[in-house]
Design a binder for this molecule. Structure first.
Ligand code: NAD
Length: 279
């Protein structure tokens, strides 16, 4: 890909994360895949978590190894406590420790309120919120055990939660999803406050509309994309790399004094675009 002008404009050239160990959940698809690749390109060894799709996960692992760092795929359901504990335990055995946890796995089970089943509600809360809690807890145990290693990073560990603009933007027909992301926002801030004295940084990256399988129907026809663009002042749908680059920055020492913050990466979606011409 060297020599590709678009790539060189959007890809950090320095190895900001050299020697660090990262885990990205749900990284055989979409934003997680781009994030795992970007972390590897930035010099980190990367665990590629997936729940289904072993072949895709292995392809991501191969690409990451191409950057000269270590990587392996690990199957685990992030909403299952024992599986998350096992995933982080294995990482500590294989890589020696963990420096960067990116709880990214997420899903939607959409329905209007009166048609939403308890199963739909619970599944989204279990994966999107409880999954992030379990991943953060297990990573924090290792960060606290190990402490700061000055040659590696100024902090003892970084957790970068994958949130959404729906952390603050209500979303009719998606009460389970919006509630899960609202919960991620408060969980992130509470953990940031609790863990900062241990030199652990907890932050979130909140994507707007990004072209991935989770929201394909919102951008895969010209009509749908035109509707979506009305919500985006910057007038382009985001790419997974937009989010991946934000995670790399958030996890790096460049942002070492950033604690308990949500970085919205949304082309201005949270700027109340309806008020540009009205109000
Ligand atoms: P995606 O569907 O491509 O990726 C989601 C990943 O999570 C997949 O790999 C999936 O297999 C995995 N996953 C689902 N349940 C899991 C479980 N129980 N255990 C482990 N992995 C599991 O979608 P995406 O757009 O890349 O979404 C990634 C994250 O970004 C999600 O948290 C999503 O809420 C968030 N997000 C996406 C957008 C967007 O516009 N695409 C916007 C805001 C937030």
């Amino acid at each position: 890909m060297a020599g590709n002008a678009e790539e060189s404009r959007t890809t950090p050239s320095t190895q900001l994360l050299r020697g660090q160990k990262a885990l990205v959940t749900g990284s055989n698809s979409g934003i997680g895949m781009a994030t795992a690749l970007a972390l590897g390109r930035a010099g980190a060894d990367v665990v590629v978590n997936y729940v289904v799709g072993a072949d895709e996960a292995e392809k991501v692992v191969e690409q990451i190894r191409g950057f000269g760092v270590r990587s392996y795929a690990h199957e685990a359901d992030v909403s299952d406590e024992d599986q998350v504990v096992g995933m982080v335990d294995r990482m500590v055995r294989e890589f020696g420790t963990i420096d960067i946890m990116v709880p990214n796995a997420g899903l939607q089970r959409d329905a209007p309120l009166t048609e939403m089943s308890l199963a739909q509600w619970q599944k989204v809360i279990d994966v999107n919120l409880t999954g992030q809690f379990l991943c953060a807890r297990e990573a924090a145990k290792e960060f606290m055990r190990r402490g700061v290693v000055a040659d590696v990073s100024r902090s003892a560990g970084k957790i970068v939660c994958m949130s959404s603009v729906h952390q603050i933007v209500p979303w009719a027909g998606h009460v389970n999803y919006a509630s899960s992301k609202g919960g991620v926002g408060m969980m992130m801030q509470t953990l940031a406050q609790e863990l900062a004295p241990h030199r652990i940084r907890v932050n979130a990256v909140a994507p707007g509309a990004i072209r991935t399988p989770i929201n394909k129907s919102a951008w895969d026809t010209p009509e749908a994309e035109a509707e979506l663009l009305k919500l985006i002042p910057y007038r382009r749908v985001g790419d997974p790399d937009d989010i991946a680059n934000a995670v790399v920055a958030m996890a790096s020492d460049l942002l070492d004094y950033v604690v308990g913050t949500t970085l919205y990466v949304d082309g201005g979606m949270t700027l109340f675009p309806g008020f540009a011409t009205g109000g």
